[in-house]
Design a binder for this molecule. Structure first.
Ligand code: CP3
Length: 343
């Protein structure tokens, strides 16, 4: 059986767009909450292949999307580089902040692959377990976004320490970004060798950067990652997600070498169709809050997305991840609509 997601990237004809949902595994599913309560912590869940495989498969059983995304987190890279990390219930991730070059010098690439080996084991087991028409997506955070968590010490409203460092000391900050490029390439190449068939890089905080800095700290590192992966003979499709980059999406698509772009809910569909879709496969862009609303409003908006984007170059997805308040029944209704859609 062929995989619809891979067909779209190969340019083969498809009768409807493939779909999957960012954060399709997670707290909005009761079966996820049950498995998570068996692990000591969220990190242990990510590093236990048995549990990580199970939570990756949960949304596949319920909604039958065209792809599974590896269950892990973008902050495993800082942790594997030696930066202490904990996820506090209700507070999100907490890291010991890195604010200057001497702290960067304390991070180590050595040992990275050993620490991340359980993730590769999860990927390998998933490739065995998944139905033959479901593609497996591996992922990582993009360097700028991962750096914001490393520098701020967790999530933050304004990323002020990271921005001040990037704008005020580009050479020192560049050392952190270069390290993240190396680590990310090694991590993603190993995921593909273990069985990942598509890669996605999450640049969740692209919109926080002024334009010139976006070029320097988001577009340029992403181009390096794509180039280095290709040099390692990694041939799988690569999707970038520069969330809230606005007009910066065009440069991102033109200057990084990506095969697909995941786009947030703020972009006008006509603009995406005219400017992005001729260049790459586009993936998006239903607002996650539409999935909380559900009903005819959600279905009408999904129909508008399906009918506006050109046939064959679209992967249906959300503009950002599913939120914990989402009723699973709404996700099921959306999945049914897309599955029945015909170009
Ligand atoms: O189904 C999937 O999407 C696969 C797994 C996945 C997770 N995180 C699991 C997770 C993926 C692809 C991510 C990516 C991720 N992680 C991003 C980029 C995408 C985005 O949402 O913008 C970012 C910024 C992170 C960092 C992160 N991880 C934060 C800020 C938090 C806490 C806040 C939150 O949303 O819960 C996490 C924890 C996390 N990662 C959870 C899950 C399911 C929740 C943990 C829990 O069960 O309590």
């Amino acid at each position: 059986m062929t995989k619809r997601l891979l067909d779209v990237f190969a340019g083969n004809e498809v009768e409807r767009p493939p779909f999957w949902f960012m954060r399709q595994a997670g707290r909005y599913l009761e079966e996820y909450r049950r498995v998570k309560s068996r692990a000591d912590s969220f990190l242990e869940l990510c590093y236990s292949p048995d549990l990580a495989v199970e939570v990756t498969l949960q949304p596949i059983r319920r909604f039958h999307p065209d792809a599974a995304i590896l269950f892990a987190d973008i902050l495993l890279i800082p942790e594997a580089l030696g930066q202490p990390l904990a996820y506090k219930e209700g507070e999100g991730p907490k890291l010991t902040p890195i604010r200057d070059s001497s702290a960067v010098a304390g991070l180590r690439l050595e040992g990275l692959q050993e620490r991340l080996a359980p993730v590769y084991e999860t990927v390998a087991r998933l490739r065995q377990a998944l139905p033959s028409d479901v593609a497996l997506i591996g992922f990582a955070g993009a360097p700028w976004t991962v750096a914001t968590y490393m520098v701020e010490g967790g999530g933050s409203p304004d990323h002020k320490y990271t921005k001040r460092w990037a704008l005020g000391d580009p050479e020192g900050f560049g050392r952190l970004i270069d390290l993240l490029v190396e680590a990310t390439v090694a991590y993603l190449a190993a995921q593909v060798r273990a069985g990942a068939e598509v890669l996605q890089l999450f640049e969740t905080w692209a919109g926080a950067l002024p334009n010139q800095a976006f070029e320097a700290w988001s577009v340029a590192p992403m181009r390096q990652i794509v180039t280095k992966l290709r040099q390692l003979d990694i041939q799988v499709p690569i999707i970038g997600f520069p969330r809230a980059a606005g007009a910066g999406y065009l440069s991102y698509v033109q200057n990084t070498g990506i095969d697909g772009v995941s786009f947030d809910s703020s972009l006008p569909l006509d603009w995406v169709r005219a400017e992005l879709q001729p260049r790459v496969v586009v993936q998006g862009n239903l607002d996650p809050q539409q999935l909380v609303v559900g009903g005819p409003t959600m279905l009408a908006e999904a129909t508008r997305i399906l009918s506006t984007l050109a046939p064959g170059r679209h992967v249906f997805n959300l503009g950002h991840g599913i939120v914990p308040e989402t009723p699973p029944g709404h996700v099921e209704a959306l999945a049914d609509l897309i599955r029945a859609w015909r170009y």
